[in-house]
Design a protein around this ligand. Structure first.
Ligand code: GLA
Length: 371
C-alpha cells in the first residue's frame, strides 16, 4: 500500500474506530501538450503524477472525513462548496446513471497540491468513483467512471471543465502518457521513458492560485464555440488552418490556438514514439507561445519561467492545465534540474514573484483499488 493510502486507512480507523472495507487512490495530472482542446473535441496528452488522493471506505453511514482539513461532513444532495461536494457529486452521478449506491462512510487523505492546476478535484472524484464502484459491486468501466466524474464536476459542483483530468486520473498508466481523442473518447497509452534518455520532468508551481470558476475559462470556451458556429462546424476539432481566414479578432486568435494545438498533440505523439525529445521540446515551446499570444491564458510568472528555460537551453517548457496561474512543466536534462530550479527562484525573487515550488516526477499509475 502507498503511504497516502495508509494515511487514509489510519484516518478511517481513528475517526470511525473500525477497519475500512477498502482503500482506493487516484493521482493528479500534468498535461504534456494539448491545452483547452478537450472541450473542442480535440486531443490531449496528459500523464499522472505521483501525488494522489486516497479514500478508505466502507458501506453504511453518511460521514465523510478529511484528514487534510481535519473535519467531518455528511453525505447529502446539498452542496456546501467544500471538498465534500466531490464525493457527493460522484454519488449523485451514480444515481443519475441509474446505479444505486447505498450509504457509505469514508476518510480521505491527499497530497495533490490544491489550487495549483494539478487536478486535485479530479483525483478526489476518481478515487471516490472507483471506491464506490468497488464497494457496491457495480463493475463499471474506467471510461464510464471518468464520464460520470466529469458530469459530477459539471452538473453537481458546477465547474464547466472538459474530460481530460478525469480521464487522466482514471486511465493513465505508469511510465506512459495518455493520448485521448476527446470526441470519440478513445484513449491510448504512449510510453514516456525520459529517464533512459537522461531526462526528467520538472513541474514549476508558480503559486499563483487559479480557480476555474472565476477565471477566463468559461470565456475561452464561449469564444471557441462562437468561432465554431461562424465556421459552420460542430466543434473546432473539425476546422483546419485553411478555415481560419474566415475569422477575425479575438475569435481568430482563440481558434488558431485550438487548431494548431490539436496538430501539435499528434506531432508530439509521433515524437514520443520515435523518442525524438528535441522535437517534443520544440512543440512544447510552440504550444506555450500559442497559449501566451493567441489563447492569452499565461501569466507573467509562467512566461518568466518559460523564457528562462528557453534561454538556458532547456529542451521544452510550457504552462500546463487551464492557465491563469498554476504550473509549468519542463523536459530537462536530469543533471540540469537543480540549476534550472535555482535560477528560476532567483529570477522570481528579482521580479518580486512568490517563491516557486518544484516537483520532479516520473509518469505514475492511474487510479487503483487496494483492499
Ligand atoms: C482544466 C480543465 C480541463 C482542460 C484544461 C485545459 O484542467 O479541467 O478539462 O480544459 O483545463 O486544457
Amino acid at each position: 500500500m502507498r503511504e497516502i493510502e495508509e494515511k487514509a486507512v489510519q484516518a478511517y480507523r481513528t475517526r470511525f474506530e473500525e477497519n475500512p472495507e477498502l482503500v482506493a487512490s487516484a493521482p493528479g495530472r500534468i498535461n504534456l501538450i494539448g491545452e483547452h482542446t478537450d472541450y473542442n473535441g480535440g486531443f490531449v496528452l496528459p500523464c499522472a503524477i505521483g501525488h494522489r488522493v486516497a479514500v478508505a471506505a466502507a458501506r453504511g453511514g453518511v460521514e465523510l472525513y478529511s484528514s487534510n482539513f481535519n473535519e467531518t461532513r455528511t453525505m447529502s444532495d446539498e452542496r456546501d462548496s467544500s471538498w465534500a461536494d466531490y464525493p457527493r457529486g460522484v454519488a449523485w452521478g451514480f444515481g443519475e446513471e441509474g446505479r444505486e449506491v447505498g450509504g457509505f462512510r469514508a476518510a480521505f487523505a491527499g497530497d495533490v497540491p490544491l489550487g495549483a492546476g494539478l487536478s486535485s478535484s479530479a483525483a478526489i472524484e476518481a478515487a471516490s468513483a472507483l471506491a464506490l464502484d468497488a464497494l457496491f459491486g457495480l463493475g463499471m468501466g474506467r471510461k464510464e467512471l471518468a464520464v460520470l466524474c466529469q458530469r459530477a464536476e459539471n452538473e453537481f459542483v458546477g465547474v464547466n471543465s472538459g474530460i481530460m483530468d478525469q480521464y487522466a486520473s482514471l486511465l493513465c498508466e505508469e511510465g506512459a502518457a495518455l493520448l485521448v481523442d476527446c470526441r470519440s473518447l478513445e484513449a491510448e497509452s504512449v510510453p514516456l521513458d525520459l529517464e533512459s534518455a537522461g531526462l526528467a520532468l520538472l513541474v514549476c508551481d508558480t503559486r499563483v492560485e487559479r480557480g476555474l470558476a472565476d477565471t477566463g475559462y468559461n470565456e475561452r470556451r464561449a469564444a471557441c464555440e462562437r468561432a465554431a458556429r461562424t465556421l459552420g462546424v460542430e466543434q473546432l476539432r473539425d476546422a483546419g488552418v485553411e478555415d481560419l481566414d474566415r475569422l477575425s479578432g479575438e475569435d481568430l486568435k482563440r481558434a488558431r490556438h485550438i487548431v494548431t494545438e490539436n496538430a501539435r498533440v499528434l506531432e508530439a505523439v509521433e515524437a514520443l514514439r520515435t523518442e525524438d525529445f528535441c522535437e517534443l521540446g520544440r512543440l512544447m515551446y510552440r504550444s506555450h507561445a500559442s497559449m501566451r499570444d493567441d489563447f492569452e491564458i499565461s501569466t507573467r510568472e509562467l512566461d518568466a519561467f518559460v523564457e528562462l528555460a528557453e534561454t538556458t537551453g532547456v529542451l521544452g517548457t510550457r504552462l500546463t492545465g487551464a492557465g491563469f496561474g498554476g504550473c509549468a512543466i519542463a523536459v530537462v536534462r536530469t543533471e540540469e534540474t537543480e540549476a534550472l530550479a535555482r535560477r528560476a527562484r532567483e529570477t522570481f525573487a528579482g521580479c518580486d514573484f512568490e517563491e516557486p515550488v518544484f516537483y520532479e516526477f516520473v509518469p505514475a499509475a492511474g487510479a487503483e483499488v487496494a483492499r
